[in-house]
Each structure stands twice: as structure tokens, then as C-alpha cells.
Write a protein that binds this ligand. Sequence first.
Ligand SMILES: NC(=O)c1ccc[n+]([C@@H]2O[C@H](COP(=O)([O-])OP(=O)(O)OC[C@H]3O[C@@H](n4cnc5c(N)ncnc54)[C@H](O)[C@@H]3O)[C@@H](O)[C@H]2O)c1
Length: 308
Amino acid sequence: MPETPTVDLGGKVAVVTGSGRGLGLAYASALARAGAFVVVNDIDEAAAERAVKSITEAGGRAVAECVAVGTGEAADRLVGRAVEEFGRLDVMVTNAGILRDRVLWKMSDEDFDAVVTTHLRGTFTCARAAAVRMREQGGGGRLILVGSPAGQRGNFGQTNYAAAKAGIAAMARTWSMELARAGITVNAIVPVAATAMTETIPAFAPYVEAMREGRPLPDFLRKGEGFGTAEDCAALVPFLASDAAGDVTGQCVGIGGDRLTLWSHPREASVAYADGGWTPEAIAAVWHTSVGSAPETVGIPAPKSPGE
Ligand SMILES: NC(=O)c1ccc[n+]([C@@H]2O[C@H](COP(=O)([O-])OP(=O)(O)OC[C@H]3O[C@@H](n4cnc5c(N)ncnc54)[C@H](O)[C@@H]3O)[C@@H](O)[C@H]2O)c1
């Protein structure tokens, strides 16, 4: 029997943005259970303090740093707090997020900017501050970014969010190359879970309510849709933070319910050639029988109930 690998983060220091509640809290708690010291960040001070209390009561070590991610100053504060409090930084998890859903023609500049600032700029600034510190420190590190099925496939009503999350997946691929020599791995996780952000989705709402009343989620959700609790997603973060994942980088890894998945990266699906190059007429003549004969699908497939 092969030995089960151990995931021991003793002596490691992590920052988790937006970890006052939801998935971020589950990640911070799982990192602390594996032995890491954690800086809990949130804009909601009371939630951050509650998170620290629950982690310390469970035997872990954590401190709260209340700041809105999105600016370079906020990112510097988070990295500075990790170093000041625990002496180093090994893991940055960029999880903080908000939604401002509207269809394109109704989306305001403010809706767009708020989501892009928190997710895309928040990820960029926190990862940059972490990379600077980790490169100075030596010994590598881990950047764990947070994508979404909406960013992988597009989603109705989520121009701002899908754009930000697709950008985050692109940054993970780019940084995995740039930071390889420093031994810093960069991956984007793609979680799906019942949280404040998702529990109102009509297809999931009745099941989430049943779950809150203590009834388990059915298999068609946990296995079929990969939908479960925030805690179901949490194991992936300590794994990616650990020595066991030292060679895992540039990947988008999905987790939710009972499922763990590897997302494919965009690649050319079909190709045609025209000697000397294409004219509009030549493309029109072959499109439906050649490159365009099997168009790619868009959007997150609607959940299927049993029997459908
Ligand atoms: N829940 C899902 O199924 C799902 C799916 C895909 C991706 N995600 C992503 O996972 C992350 C966490 O989502 P969640 O479902 O736990 O959401 P949530 O709303 O429960 O938690 C998000 C947390 O981030 C905090 N926050 C918001 N803006 C912030 C800022 N500028 N600075 C610091 N903290 C801030 C909030 O106060 C909150 O505590 C988000 O990036 C989200 O896009 C979630």
C-alpha cells in the first residue's frame, strides 16, 4: 500500500483575503488546522474577529487585518502584517469578492469597476506584494488565486465578474511562468459552494435551505453539479500550499461537493488553411462545413435534477 502523503504546514504563514465568512473562512480554518499561521482579512471587521476567534478556539493561530483589498496599499498592509506578526509569508490566497450582477445594457461603470477592483485588481495587487516578499525571502511560496465557472465559461448577467475571473485565470498562467525560477507556484481554484454569494440561486435555494435544516445534499448536486458546502472546497487550499503540490503550477483546479476537477485551458479546437491567406468570401464559403462546423458552447450548464 502506498503511504498517504502528509500535509503539514507547520511554520508556514498564510494570508487569506475575504476570510471573515464563506469560502475564505473555510480556507483560513483549513490552513490553520494544517498548522499554518493565518492573517484573516475582510472588510467586515466583526466577521474577521469572529473568524479569528473560531480559529484560535480550535487551537490554531490567526490575527485579523481589516482592509478593503484592491489597492497596492491594502496589499502591502496584509503582507506587512504577516511579516510583523509571524516573521514571514509563504501563502497568499486571493479570495475576497463581491457581485454586482446586471445584463450588459444595464451595467453601470460603478458596477463594473467595483467588481473588477475587488477581484482582478485585488488579486493583482495582493499577488504582487506577496511575490516581492517571497522573492526577497527565498525558499519559494504559493499564490492561490480564486477563479469561477463564470470566468471559465461566461455567465448571463455577469459581464464584470466573468471578465475579472477570466482575467484571474489568465494571470495564474502568466505568473506560473514568471515565478517558476523563484519556486513560487501559482494556481487558480474554481470552487462551487453554498455561501451568501450563491444560496439565492433559484436552482439551489431549496436544497441549501434543507441543508441548513440538517438534511444532506442529494448526490445529483454533490457529484453531478459539484455543489456542496464551503468546507467541501477547503481541502484544496492546504494541499496546494503544501510540499505535496510543489510541482503543481499554472493550473485551474475545480472543487465542490464530492468533485475535484482539472479545467482545460483554452486551446484551438479546429483549424483550416488557405494558401496565401484568407479572404472574407473564402471564410464564408467554408465556415459552416469547416472550422465553424461544431461551435463551442458558452455558459454554465443549467443544473439537472434526477430523471432529466
Ligand atoms: N460560492 C461559490 O460557489 C463561488 C463560486 C466561484 C467562485 N467563488 C469565489 O469565491 C470567493 C469567496 O466567495 P464566497 O461565496 O465565500 O462569498 P461571500 O460573499 O460569502 O464572502 C466574501 C467575503 O469577502 C469579503 N470582501 C468583499 N470585498 C472585500 C474587499 N474589497 N476586501 C476584503 N474583503 C472583502 C466579504 O466581506 C465576505 O466576507 C469569491 O472570490 C467568489 O467570487 C465563489
